[in-house]
Design a protein around this ligand. Structure first.
Ligand code: 2YC
Ligand code: MG
Length: 259
């Protein structure tokens, strides 16, 4: 899984403002409204404990401060523990945190100590970016393309199948593709198929995965993937609306999903 870099998290407030505007324009709802509708709940006022974790590649300098910004952006009270790891865990619980946020290099979780719900970032991110793509007001059909069937893409594809969309998907990893076909019933799609889409969920760690033959003019590309899968020249030529943001949208989905 591609690890975030401090540069990815710079100007997070600008990144979320810009993306929230695009989301509102293309779906009619902003990110808060999409989460409230998707998870059928408001956030209420849980106290969020954010625990730095030193395991593996260790601390990402602005990761936990970014999480605190996000928690406060959604109007919640939060704190970053003074110490990392288990000392931090003990501190967070002792300080009365209702929900814990913590990540190592393999998984980033939100754990609600009050109702014992726990969610991973890759599932919550896949679901919310799929939901955004599926709510494109100008979509011409319920056909939707998912590029990348790893942990994030699979969760997104599964959510779209459950919502009754006609999910087409591609992934160079034949095992991932077979699994999604067998378990979700998605339709395999490869770039030389003639079909074009107005809604695309891109969930790969690779750049430039989207080619001209895949997309309709004025389509919506929804992607948490860093680097961007949409080549800029194709984005401008086809006047594509792009929703792409590194952390806020995924964390919002995590928080609402454990309420
Ligand atoms: O600063 C810390 O506490 C580090 N242990 C955080 C490591 C986060 C690693 N995960 C990532 O970079 C991201 C996830 C946020 C989503 C995808 N990759
Ligand atoms: Mg990508």
């Amino acid at each position: 899984m591609a690890l975030l870099t401090p540069e990815d998290l710079e100007n997070l407030s600008v990144q979320i403002e810009e993306n929230d505007e695009i989301i509102k324009r293309v779906t009619g709802l902003n990110i808060k409204e999409i989460c409230e509708e998707l998870y059928e709940t408001k956030l209420n006022s849980p106290k969020i404990g954010i625990i730095p974790i030193t395991a593996g590649n260790g601390i990402i300098s602005n990761f936990t401060s970014s999480l605190l910004f996000i928690v406060q952006y959604f109007g919640l009270e939060g704190f970053i523990t003074e110490h990392p790891d288990i000392t931090g865990y003990h501190e967070a619980v002792s300080q009365g945190a209702d929900i814990l946020l913590m990540a190592d290099d393999h998984i980033f979780v939100a754990h609600n100590l009050r109702n014992e719900k726990i969610v991973s970032n890759h599932v919550a991110t896949g679901v919310i970016y799929a939901e955004i793509a599926s709510k494109f007001k100008e979509a011409s059909s319920k056909d939707i393309l998912v590029i990348g069937l790893g942990r994030v893409g699979y969760a997104g594809a599964s959510h779209l199948v459950n919502k009754g969309f006609n999910v087409y998907a591609c992934d160079p990893n034949k095992e991932f593709l077979r699994k999604a076909v067998d378990e979700l019933g998605i339709k395999p799609y490869c770039s030389d198929d003639r079909k074009k889409f107005s809604m695309v969920l891109e969930a790969t760690p690779n750049a430039d995965t989207i080619s001209e033959g895949m997309i309709e003019e004025r389509c919506l590309v929804s992607t948490p993937g860093i680097p961007c899968g949409l080549p800029p020249q194709i984005g401008s030529k086809y006047r594509v609306d792009l929703v792409m943001e590194p952390l806020v949208i995924g964390v919002a989905s995590m928080l609402y999903s454990v309420i």
